[in-house]
Design a protein around this ligand. Structure first.
Ligand code: DGL
Length: 266
């Protein structure tokens, strides 16, 4: 029996939005969820420093957990580090998360699309190249939010969300131009789907909020060798959560437990 887990990586709670989809598609697999909470938030990191940090974290993670595949459930990291990870760890297949600009460009009716992301993701050449490649016929507004990832962390740990702050952060996504309005907002940070109901509530008009979690989970599934149906691999081992800091408080541990994740031994 192959007990190698799927490793899921983010700076914090955001990757849990991908984990929840992955569990639906791969109920027979074991997961190790890694929150680089010592590095959170990634949005403000300089590219080279972030790249070096993540590659060095993975050297340890791969050695300790020997994953069958690794999912970088974070746009801010994926837009800079995928090539480096693949080069450094050629035996591990990696799945990345990139802003869903292509599906948004295919679906928009008004031609006005906004991409809501961390300041890091909106700055990346990778994001700009995606727009040039797939969305030249649309008007794409890039909106970098300084606060939404943290608001989402607070919401998930404490159950509290400052709706006025959400309203302010999403407001620049809504564009009216030549009698047309933005009709799609790409959620290009995995933390944001946790706040989507608050976003719907505080938005000036209804739009489609594109969450790429299911597409990422499908991609991960496509890279796995087939498992025997209904036999959970490594059934005797629990899904784990790894925090990179020693600061993970009880609220965080409780949240992880709610997602069926047991703290990994240090
Ligand atoms: N969840 C991450 C993303 O998808 C970023 C959050 C952060 O660390 O700022 O971009």
């Amino acid at each position: 029996m192959n007990e190698r887990p799927i490793l899921m990586f983010d700076s914090g709670v955001g990757g849990l939005t991908v984990l929840r989809e992955a569990r639906v598609l791969m109920p027979d697999r074991r997961f190790v969820y890694v929150a680089d909470d010592a590095g959170f938030p990634y949005g403000a990191w300089e590219e080279n420093a972030l790249r070096a940090r993540i590659v060095s974290l993975f050297a340890r993670l791969i050695e300790e957990h020997d994953p069958e595949i690794a999912v970088i459930a974070c746009n801010t990291a994926s837009t800079v580090v995928m090539a480096d990870l693949r080069a450094a760890f050629p035996n591990t297949p990696f799945v990345g998360t990139v802003p869903a600009i292509k599906p948004a460009a295919e679906r928009t009716r008004s031609g006005l699309v906004s991409v809501l992301a961390t300041p890091g993701t909106v700055k990346r050449q990778y994001t700009r190249d995606l727009i040039r490649e797939w969305a030249t016929k649309c008007h794409v507004r890039l909106v970098g939010s300084d606060r939404l990832a943290q608001l989402s962390e607070t919401y998930m740990r404490e159950g509290f969300v400052d709706e006025e702050a959400v309203r302010t952060e999403i407001a620049p996504c809504f564009v009216e131009q030549d009698g047309k309005r933005t009709d799609i907002v790409v959620l290009a940070c995995t933390h944001y789907p946790f706040l989507v109901n608050r976003m719907r509530k505080t938005a000036p008009w209804p739009v489609d909020w594109l969450d790429p979690a299911e597409a990422i989970a499908r991609r991960a599934l496509s890279l796995l060798r087939p498992a025997r149906p209904l036999v959970r691999e490594g059934a005797d081992k629990p899904d784990l959560v790894v925090f990179t800091s020693d600061r993970a408080d009880t609220a965080m541990v409780k949240l992880a437990r709610g997602f069926g994740l047991a703290p990994a031994a240090k």
